[in-house]
Design a protein. Structure first.
Ligand code: DOR
Ligand code: ZN
Length: 398
């Protein structure tokens, strides 16, 4: 492994702003200071910003079984090109990820690619049958999160039992909050009701509960209220719910909402009430999209969308953005990452914040070229991504 010196860079994380040099030895952040001199590869960071690389708690890599939409290799490559080096994969694959066999398949394949740290979520009910939680007993501590993402667990007793088991095993239950009986009538009621249901079960079981892709004002209000009462709740918001509304027609679940919801989510982020940004990267083929599959291929556009929308337009600090894209998701997942500190693994991303460019979905690395952000002008171009000091993506010469 090559040692690396990045010079004259704007180094920013959740709690610091520093302009100077950073030296990485054996993949670990070794020294931060001014005028460092080392006999190793040097990157000129002048005019660029260095952040901890991003951590995405909500990603679909579709492997095994749906690899015509994405696989671990293309997903990993797409992730690092978006500045991400840790991803938490959802269980709605084919077969559904319900046992350690599927978990180990994914982890081994991910390690072979070696670009990103992969965590694999296991389903809340066995094969998404909505009833059986016996498989949870057999999971080992490689599994940090269980989730039925793609749908919710409709039976509240089953959800309660799963939360009790998760509490026992110190796992997080990640909730896709949706009442499927009501979705046809009103997707908003459907999300709100199950957000409230999932919160009340979290309060009862005291299980660590993470509410995925919050999209409505009311759901966010329930979460804010729950947090104020000390309930063990965290939540995520997706870039598309921050930047878009139902003015544009684009199918994603939960759907794009009203301007009032969007504004409320942005304000909640500014107040520090949203724990993290998660992409819900959901790649689909063109044909599947035409046939109505919901989802956005979002991992390559997440940073520029959030930076443009939150920092440039809504004056969120870059420290706060770094917090919700790196530090908080690391803390929730219990991983020692997300900050630029001596002794930490050098998982970093170098960005040209002032670079304005047009998103081109047909040039995505992901197999999913499905994006409502196609042709949108954004700021913030990912120039280089480091994983444990290794260059895993670069779009610059050095
Ligand atoms: O839009 C979505 N797509 N929402 C989900 O919950 C699932 C995801 C997918 O797997 O395609
Ligand atoms: Zn979901």
């Amino acid at each position: 492994m090559e040692n690396l010196l990045i010079k004259n860079v704007n180094l920013i994380d959740c709690s610091q702003n520093f302009c100077g040099d950073i030296y990485i030895e054996d993949g670990i952040i070794n020294e931060i200071g001014m005028d460092l001199r080392k006999d190793c590869k040097v990157i000129n960071g002048r005019g660029l910003t260095l952040l901890p690389s991003f951590i995405d708690m909500h990603v679909h890599f579709r492997d095994p079984g749906l690899t015509y939409k994405e696989d671990i290799k293309t997903g990993s490559r797409a992730a690092v090109s978006g500045g991400y080096t840790t991803v938490n994969l959802m269980a709605n694959t084919k077969p559904v990820c319900s046992t350690m066999k599927e978990v180990n398949y994914v982890l081994e394949k991910g390690e072979k690619e070696g670009l990103v740290d992969i965590h694999q979520t296991v389903s809340i009910t066995k094969n998404f049958d909505g009833k059986d939680t016996s498989h949870i007993d057999k999971l080992d501590n490689k599994v940090k999160v269980i989730s039925e993402d793609g749908k919710d667990v409709m039976n509240s007793k089953v959800m309660m039992e799963a939360m009790m088991k998760a509490k026992e095993k110190d796992m997080i239950v990640m909730c896709h909050s949706e009442n499927h009986d009501l979705t046809i009538d009103d997707t908003r009621l459907s999300e709100n009701m199950m957000t409230w249901r999932n919160i009340t079960l979290a309060q009862f079981t005291k299980c660590k509960t993470h509410i995925a892709h919050v999209s409505t004002k009311e759901a966010m209000e329930y979460i804010i209220d729950a947090k104020s009462k000390g309930i063990n709740i965290t939540c995520e918001v997706a870039p598309h719910h921050i930047a878009l509304t139902d003015d544009i027609k684009y199918r994603v679940n939960p759907p794009l909402r009203k301007e009032e919801d969007r504004e409320f989510l942005v304000e909640s982020i500014k107040k520090g009430l949203v724990d993290c940004i998660a992409t819900d990267h959901a790649p689909h083929t063109k044909e599947d999209k035409l046939n109505g599959s919901p989802g956005i291929s979002g991992i390559e556009t997440s940073f520029p969308i959030c930076y443009t929308e939150l920092v440039r337009k809504n004056s969120l600090s870059l420290n706060m953005l770094s917090k919700i894209m790196s530090k908080n998701p690391a803390d929730i997942m219990g991983i020692n990452k997300g900050e630029i500190k001596i002794g930490k693994e050098a998982d970093l991303v170098l960005i040209d914040l002032d670079k304005k460019y047009k998103i081109e979905a047909d040039k995505f690395i992901s197999k999913g070229k499905n994006s409502p952000f196609d042709e949108m002008e954004v700021y913030g171009k990912i120039k280089c991504t480091l994983k444990k000091g290794n260059i895993v993506y670069k779009d610059m010469d050095f």
